[in-house]
Design a protein around this ligand. Structure first.
Ligand SMILES: Cc1cc2nc3c(=O)[nH]c(=O)nc-3n(C[C@H](O)[C@H](O)[C@H](O)COP(=O)(O)OP(=O)(O)OC[C@H]3O[C@@H](n4cnc5c(N)ncnc54)[C@H](O)[C@@H]3O)c2cc1C
Length: 455
């Protein structure tokens, strides 16, 4: 065999797995067909956050007047921002490539596909490996409506030549609401169109409501309960029609309506690897596929599609196979953030999930952050704790507001450790912060769950 381990895909999961396995002394090959670092570094988390930050500067310039500054805000230069972003991404991509080389992995700038369970075609070359990892990630999918090709997807949004004056974003998942915040903050008239009554399906209802209010306060025009029918061109304009025959036109239509695992044409059948109808590779908790020596990691398994989960899975698998440290990662209490404007961050169960399991004490607070009493900006923070009534353990922490991801990351440790409401109560706050509210929530807002229904 040419390699002990061959990794298909040089994204978050693949790079981490290849690098750690090579560090453990394995002979590792890794193929990447597009860009090292994958989605997160090139067309995901990192460039997205840079664009969010670009938008924040504009709002801060406006806020400063309330603090005595006279800042005259000029127009935003989109091309300059994209060029700066591209330089940073090129730098990061180089770092990923270097990390793999440094660890002693053999890298292939090529597409890899299965020929048989131990043999791959890597850019026209036959390569054999004892163990193989599928870490091919996913891609955005347009909705199945006529004219969908006239709209863009998130991959394109990072490379637009110019900022549209009027944009329609379809979808209400985290990518949709993040880009709504970005486009609005950078000066576009932004419409968010979605099927549900509230954005961010699957998140806590209080957060969904707070986000709808925050988007509206930011100036994003919401169109809930809409079913897409078709998209057409009218010269340079794009005209979107809904099921109700209502139409909405814009310079740009952006579909953020879902993602699909990258398994088409990979040859899973030749490798004997089972997948779901969606294309997602089926894995055990230790990332093993239906073929014992083939593993799958990250978004291609469509479980919890986040970079830290992909890297943790990659690291655990390399330790298991080559480090003499067999382990699996837990997908419970995975903290996450939505970099909307302002952001939402959460760890643990929503009130609805927790209440379905038993009675819960719910604490909610909503306030204007200190800064905005002076800035005059219409911006609120909402914070919420969900507490299991029987054990008094904190089972859910949710926040919409400035710095929410920074705050919730710390609290996630407490939740993973099984902290109780009493542990939060005996923790002294840091004043004056928004975060201190999490340790000073004394008055229960409501009880939810089974016992309440029985009362
Ligand atoms: C717009 C956007 C914003 C996001 N923001 C966040 C965020 O803020 N926080 C967060 O945690 N997550 C975020 N994510 C999700 C995150 O990017 C993914 O969860 C993560 O990249 C998954 O890593 P992966 O290694 O599984 O796949 P990927 O990073 O997609 O890597 C897979 C790689 O495999 C390559 N590949 C595919 N097929 C082959 C083949 N046959 N041969 C060779 N190479 C192949 C691809 O080119 C790709 O580089 C975001 C995603 C998007 C799209």
């Amino acid at each position: 065999m040419d390699f002990d381990l061959f990794v298909i895909g040089g994204g978050s999961a693949g790079v981490r797995c290849a690098r750690i396995a090579a560090g453990h002394g394995a002979r590792v090959g890794v193929a990447e067909e597009r860009f090292w670092g994958g989605t997160c570094v090139n067309i995901g988390c990192v460039p997205k956050k840079l664009l969010v930050q670009a938008g924040e500067y504009g709002a801060w310039a406006d806020d400063a007047a309330g603090f005595g500054w006279s800042i005259r805000k000029g127009p935003h230069d989109w091309a300059k921002l994209i060029a700066a972003k591209d330089r940073e991404i090129t730098r990061l991509e180089g770092i990923y490539r270097k990390l793999l080389n440094g660890a002693g992995a053999t890298i292939f700038d090529a597409r890899a596909t299965f020929i048989d369970p131990h043999t791959l075609d890597v850019g026209g070359k036959r390569v054999t490996a004892e163990k193989i990892v599928i870490a091919t990630g996913g891609h955005p999918e347009r909705p199945p409506i006529p004219g969908a090709e006239l709209g863009i997807i998130s991959d394109d949004a990072f490379f637009l030549k110019e900022m549209p004056k009027r944009v329609i974003i379809c979808g209400s998942g985290y990518i949709a609401v993040e880009f709504a915040g970005i486009f609005q903050a950078l000066g576009a008239e932004t419409h968010l169109v979605y099927r549900q009554p509230l954005p961010l399906r699957g998140f806590d209802e209080d957060m969904r409501t707070a986000l709808a209010e925050a988007l509206t306060a930011q100036g994003v025009i919401l169109h809930p309960d809409r079913v897409l029918k078709n998209l057409a061109a009218d010269g340079d304009k794009r005209v979107l029609m809904f099921g109700s025959s209502e139409v909405l036109s814009a310079d740009l239509v952006f579909f953020a309506t879902g993602r699909k695992p990258n398994t088409a044409g990979l040859g899973l059948d030749k490798a004997g690897v089972a997948a779901r109808p969606s294309g997602a590779v089926i894995v055990s908790p230790r990332s093993q596929t239906s073929q014992a020596h083939i593993y799958a990691l990250g978004d291609v398994t469509d479980q919890v599609n986040l970079t830290p989960v992909a890297t943790a899975e990659g690291h655990a698998l390399a330790d298991t196979l080559f480090g003499g440290n067999p382990r699996e990662i837990s997908l419970r209490n995975v903290p996450s953030a939505v970099f909307s404007t302002p952001p939402v961050s959460t760890v643990g169960l929503t009130e609805e999930q927790a209440a379905a399991m038993g009675p819960v004490d719910v604490y909610v607070t909503k306030f204007t952050p200190m800064r905005h009493n002076l800035s005059g900006r219409n911006r609120k923070t909402t914070m919420k704790l969900v507490v299991d009534q029987a054990s008094q353990k904190i089972v859910g922490v949710h926040m919409l507001g400035e710095d929410a991801p920074e705050i919730v990351q710390g609290l996630a440790i407490a939740v993973v450790m099984g902290a109780t409401k009493q542990d939060f109560d005996r923790t002294i706050g840091i004043h004056p912060t928004a975060a201190e509210e999490f340790v000073t929530l004394r008055t229960r807002t409501r009880v939810a769950g089974v016992a309440q229904a029985a009362e």
